[in-house]
Design a protein around this ligand. Structure first.
Ligand code: GRF
Length: 196
């Protein structure tokens, strides 16, 4: 069992971050969230980090070129020498340079069974496609959008009466458990990334 240094990137609500913080507190994760970085000020995720005494930093993406934003983000994250960079509701597509800097160490949680429904509004995409089952995917990040090697997936049924809201809220606790389990699988060595 290794205690991994986690930097978590966020943009909003931060419920997946909260799941990691709770798992750390309860002892079900050895790994430690050492920093939370947001591209938006004033979001709930920052408050969740502060409540858990985790250092935070805001690097605004608005009004800045992509190159400048990701250069700043890369310096900030790199200074923490993280074992893993977790994307937990981080609403920016990573630049190729950023991905290269942390290749094999970036983990994302996505609310669909990839490769189906990548990108935004995955739950809405699943409803519109009329699938009977959807779920979430925790995966390593590569240069594509939601395309990297899958660590694990968890399924839920889509109910006939589901709306985007009901489906998203039933999926959310499943996401939380999946993210914690995936990080545990990496810290215990059950999951190892080979090549790309
Ligand atoms: C989650 O649905 C996650 O899968 C997606 O963005 C949402 C973030 O929610 N990438 P939260 O900020 O963790 O509550």
């Amino acid at each position: 069992m290794a205690s991994l240094r986690l930097v978590v990137l966020v943009s909003g609500r931060g419920s997946n971050l909260q799941a990691l913080l709770d798992a750390q507190k309860s002892g079900s994760l050895e790994s430690r969230v050492i920093k939370v970085v947001s591209n938006k000020a004033g979001v709930a995720a920052l408050e969740r980090a502060q409540n858990a005494d985790v250092p935070t930093e805001v690097i605004p993406s608005l009004g800045k070129s992509q190159d400048d934003f990701f250069a700043e983000l890369r310096a900030c994250v790199g200074a923490e020498t993280p074992d893993l960079v977790i994307l937990a509701g981080f609403m920016k597509i990573l630049s190729p340079d950023f991905v290269d800097a942390f290749m094999g160490r970036i983990v994302n949680i996505h609310p669909s069974l990839l490769p189906r429904f990548p990108g935004l509004n995955a739950q809405k995409q699943a409803l519109e496609a009329g699938v009977k089952t959807t779920g979430c995917t925790v995966h390593f990040v590569d240069h594509g959008c939601d395309t990297g090697p899958v660590i694990l997936q968890r399924k839920i049924a889509v109910l006939p009466e589901d709306t985007e809201k009901s489906l998203s809220s039933r999926l959310l606790p499943v996401e939380h458990a999946a993210l914690v389990e995936a990080i545990r699988d990496i810290e215990t060595g059950k999951v190892v990334l080979q090549g790309r």
